[in-house]
Design a protein around this ligand. Structure first.
Ligand SMILES: [Zn+2]
Length: 149
C-alpha cells in the first residue's frame, strides 16, 4: 500500500490523535536506500496491548503494514496505528493548502484567474483558426490550473 495523499489517511491520523495512541520505535534498519522501521502502537480497543507496524521507506515511496484486525480485513487499508506510526516518523503526507484564483500568482507573475482568462482567449483563437490540437492543449492547461484550486 502506498501512503499517498489520501483523505482516508488524514481521517485515520485524526482518529489516532483523538485516541491518544502512543508510538514506540522498536527497531530501525537501513539497507541500501531503503529504511525499515518497526514500531509498536498502543491499542485503543485492547488496553495494554500493542499493534506492530512496519514502515518501509524507499525511493518508490512508503509502504506501511499493521498487524491489527482492521488492517488485515481482506485487503490492506489504512488504520489509525499505521497513521500514528507515519505521523511519529514524520512521513504523514500534509495536504496542500487550497489556492485562490484571484490572489495566487504563477511563475510568470499572473494570477491563476488571469492565466485561465488568457488561455481561454488563446483557445478561442485556436478554435477560430481550426487548430484543433492547439485548442485541446489550451483546454488541458486550463483544466490543470483549475485542478489546483
Ligand atoms: Zn492497525
Amino acid at each position: 500500500m502506498h501512503a499517498g495523499l489520501d483523505a482516508t489517511w488524514t481521517a485515520m491520523q485524526a482518529r489516532a490523535v483523538e485516541r491518544g495512541l502512543r508510538v514506540e520505535i522498536v527497531d530501525e534498519q537501513t539497507v541500501g536506500y531503503d529504511t525499515v522501521t518497526r514500531c509498536r502502537v498502543s491499542s485503543h480497543s485492547q488496553p495494554g496491548q500493542w499493534h506492530h507496524v512496519r514502515v518501509k521507506a524507499s525511493a518508490a515511496g512508503v509502504d506501511v503494514a499493521c498487524d491489527c484486525y482492521a488492517a488485515t480485513l481482506g485487503r490492506p487499508r489504512p488504520c489509525s496505528h499505521a497513521a500514528a506510526a507515519l505521523d511519529a516518523l514524520g512521513m504523514m503526507p500534509t495536504p496542500e493548502p487550497a489556492r485562490h484564483a484571484e490572489t495566487d500568482t504563477l511563475d510568470n507573475g499572473r494570477t491563476i484567474a488571469e492565466e485561465i482568462k488568457t488561455l481561454s482567449a488563446l483557445k478561442l483563437m485556436a478554435y477560430a483558426f481550426g487548430k484543433d490540437a492547439d485548442e485541446d492543449e489550451y483546454q488541458s492547461q486550463i483544466d490543470a490550473l483549475k485542478a489546483t484550486l
